[in-house]
Ligand binder design. Structure first.
Ligand SMILES: NC(=O)c1ccc[n+]([C@@H]2O[C@H](COP(=O)([O-])OP(=O)(O)OC[C@H]3O[C@@H](n4cnc5c(N)ncnc54)[C@H](OP(=O)(O)O)[C@@H]3O)[C@@H](O)[C@H]2O)c1
Length: 282
């Protein structure tokens, strides 16, 4: 038996239960991992409240973002597995869910840093001065406090009326329309998240899109479908982390048993950077 967070019904952070579960031994092609640290992502709140559909109840949530994500130690290897053995330290990210457990199976700011390293002029929006200071440290050239300032007007001013090449928008409902207005002719809108709610639909005929804009709703998971794609992507990320180009900011850690509090803090905008859940004894 191991302890795991399980969700039996949709609802607020309180629907998470800390329960005993039987994991069993790994089957063909599987490894068993004792999780040491588990990443929290906004998508976890979506599976809990029904914005995203879980395939069955009860389920043990984990994390999209990079998907269901954790780092841990291999404790057992199933038949047919090569290249991994007990004692290996492994990291995983992706489906299926299940990282919110002491053991499991496995079959904002980085974007800013990476764009800066690639030579882009980066304009960011945040709600507080504290977050603005972090964004500056992360290589954001211009930081806009979008609760106090008109970010569309400021982007227009910073770009001398031209607009920007691309917007990466993870806030959704509250910023979507403004983000489209910030784009230059033939600009690209990457609407990759919706922490304030799903954006309202925009008809193709809308004046907002008449600048030959392209609009996409990308999902990390679909860029790492094959093992080769996953290895290539992961290698690029970790090479940049090792070289100091990307600096991971773990601003908040919680015991795994207090995942509900972590959800509350994430949803009430108290967090920034990475939020990590630590199983007891790790
Ligand atoms: N497509 C993908 O592959 C992918 C990957 C990762 C994440 N996402 C999505 O991106 C979004 C952000 O996720 P994240 O993990 O990166 O978390 P995050 O940036 O830490 O998201 C929380 C932040 O969103 C902002 N926010 C604006 N309105 C909010 C509201 N009404 N309630 C709560 N927060 C609000 C807050 O920042 P301010 O206070 O500064 O406004 C808050 O700190 C989520 O929708 C997530 O599903 C998508």
């Amino acid at each position: 038996m191991v302890k795991a967070i399980r969700v039996h019904e949709l609802g607020g952070p309180e629907v998470r239960k800390w329960e005993d579960v039987e994991i069993g031994e790994p089957k063909d092609g599987e490894i068993k991992v004792k999780n040491k640290a588990i990443g929290l992502n906004f998508c976890d709140t979506y599976f809990r409240n029904g914005f995203f559909k879980a395939s069955a109840f009860p389920f043990t949530p984990a994390v999209l973002e990079t998907g269901m994500e954790a780092v841990g130690m291999v404790t057992a290897v199933g038949p047919g597995v090569t290249g991994r053995m007990a004692g290996d330290l492994v990291a995983y990210a992706g489906y299926p869910m299940g990282a919110y457990a002491e053991d499991s199976w496995w079959s904002g700011s980085l974007l800013c840093q990476w764009a800066n390293a690639l030579g882009a002029t980066v304009i960011g929006t945040v709600s507080t001065k504290e977050k603005a200071a972090q964004a500056k440290e992360d290589g954001c050239h211009h930081v806009i406090l979008y609760k106090e300032e008109d970010f569309v007007a400021l982007v227009n001013e910073i770009t001398s009326g031209k607009g920007v090449e691309v917007v990466y928008d993870s806030v959704g409902k509250d910023t979507f329309e403004g983000s489209l207005k910030c784009l230059k002719l033939c600009g690209h809108m990457m609407s990759f998240g919706s922490s304030s709610g799903a954006p309202d639909p925009v008809p193709l005929s809308s004046a907002l899109l008449l600048k030959s804009l392209s609009l996409t709703s990308p999902n990390m998971i679909y860029y790492t479908i094959t093992r080769d794609e996953l290895l290539q992507t992961a290698s690029e990320v970790f090479t940049n982390v090792a070289a100091g180009v990307l600096r991971v900011r773990v601003n908040h850690t919680y015991p795994l048993s207090q995942a509900a509090q972590a959800h509350t803090d994430l949803e009430s905008r108290k967090t920034s950077g990475s939020v990590v859940l630590i199983p007891d004894g790790s």
